[in-house]
Design a protein around this ligand. Structure first.
Ligand SMILES: Nc1ncnc2c1ncn2[C@@H]1O[C@H](COP(=O)(O)OP(=O)(O)OP(=O)(O)O)[C@@H](O)[C@H]1O
Length: 238
C-alpha cells in the first residue's frame, strides 16, 4: 500500500474555483518526491489539497495506514507563549510519545541542530533558519511515516542545509516517504528519487530524472533544463 495516493480531478480555494486539475501521484516507502514548478503553478495548493484544507475538492486523498504524517509549512508557525521545549512537550502529549524516549531523542536532535542552548527560549523570536530547524525537530520527534514539506531550503545556512539533507536521507532510509516542494532544482536533482512537475495547475511531467528527460527529449538535460523546457512561457499568468 502506498504511503500517499492522491487523485485530484479539480480543487481550489472556493466552490467551483479550479486552481489545480488532474493531479494524481503516489508516494511509496523510502521515496523522496520533489514537487517542482514555477511561482503560482499550484504546488502549495496541491499540498493544501493533500492536507484537506481546500474549500473545493473533487477527488481523493488516501494515506497509508501505520502512524502519523508530519507537515512542515513554508512559513514556520509557533505558539507565541511557548518555548521550544514546551512545544516538544506539547507534541509529545498530543502524540502520546513515551516520555523517556522522546526526551532522549529531543536532546540528540536539539544538539545536532545546535538549538540545545535555545531550547528554553521562544521559537517565535528565533531567526528564520532557527525556526525552520525547530519545525523540523518538532516533526522528526514523532517518527512520522510521511513528511509533507513545503519549500524547506529558504533561510537555511550551509551547515543547516547539510544537516537538513542528512536528516531527510536518514528518515528516507528508515522507510519514511517525503513529498517536498522546492525551487532549489540543483539540490532536488541530487536528492529526489522522482519528480512531479506542475505548471498552470496541471502535471506536465512526472517520474525519475531519466523519465522526465525522455518526456522533454533532453537526454542529457539537467532538472533545470527540463524545468525550463516545460515551464517556458507559462510564467505566473493563468
Ligand atoms: N488562499 C488563496 N486563495 C485564492 N487563491 C489562491 C490562494 N493561495 C493561492 N492562490 C492561487 O492559486 C494559484 C496557485 O498558487 P500556489 O500557492 O499553489 O502556487 P505555488 O506553485 O505554490 O507557487 P510558489 O512557488 O510561488 O509558492 C495562484 O494563482 C494563486 O494566486
Amino acid at each position: 500500500m502506498s504511503l500517499l495516493n492522491i487523485e485530484i480531478k479539480s480543487a481550489g480555494y472556493e466552490k467551483g474555483d479550479s486552481i489545480i486539475t488532474d493531479i494524481a501521484f503516489r508516494i511509496e516507502q523510502g521515496e523522496l518526491v520533489g514537487l517542482i514548478g514555477p511561482n503560482g503553478a499550484g504546488k502549495s495548493t496541491t499540498i493544501k489539497a493533500v492536507l484537506g484544507l481546500l474549500e473545493h475538492m473533487d477527488g481523493s486523498v488516501a494515506f497509508g495506514s501505520g502512524g502519523n504524517y508530519a507537515y512542515i509549512p513554508e512559513r514556520p508557525l509557533f505558539y507565541d507563549e511557548l518555548t521550544l521545549w514546551e512545544h516538544l512537550d506539547f507534541v509529545a502529549a498530543v502524540e502520546e510519545l513515551n516520555e523517556e524516549e522522546y526526551r532522549k531523542k529531543a536532546d540528540v536532535l536539539l544538539d545536532t541542530y545546535k538549538l540545545a542552548h535555545h531550547a528554553h527560549e521562544f521559537p517565535s523570536k528565533y531567526s528564520k533558519g532557527m525556526q525552520q530547524k525547530a519545525m523540523l525537530i518538532l516533526a522528526m520527534i514523532t517518527d512520522p511515516y510521511l513528511y509533507i514539506i513545503d519549500e524547506p531550503f529558504m533561510g537555511l545556512d550551509p551547515d543547516a542545509m547539510k544537516l537538513f539533507l542528512d536528516s531527510i536521507e536518514k528518515e528516507r532510509k528508515r522507510g519514511a516517504g517525503i513529498l517536498m516542494s522546492t525551487h532549489v532544482l540543483d539540490t532536488a536533482e541530487k536528492i529526489c528519487n522522482r519528480f512531479i512537475m506542475i505548471s498552470n495547475g496541471r502535471i506536465v511531467a512526472k517520474g525519475t530524472l531519466e523519465e522526465i528527460r525522455l518526456q522533454c527529449r533532453l537526454p542529457e538535460g539537467s532538472l533545470y533544463d527540463c524545468y525550463h523546457f516545460l515551464a517556458e512561457g507559462d510564467g505566473d499568468e493563468r
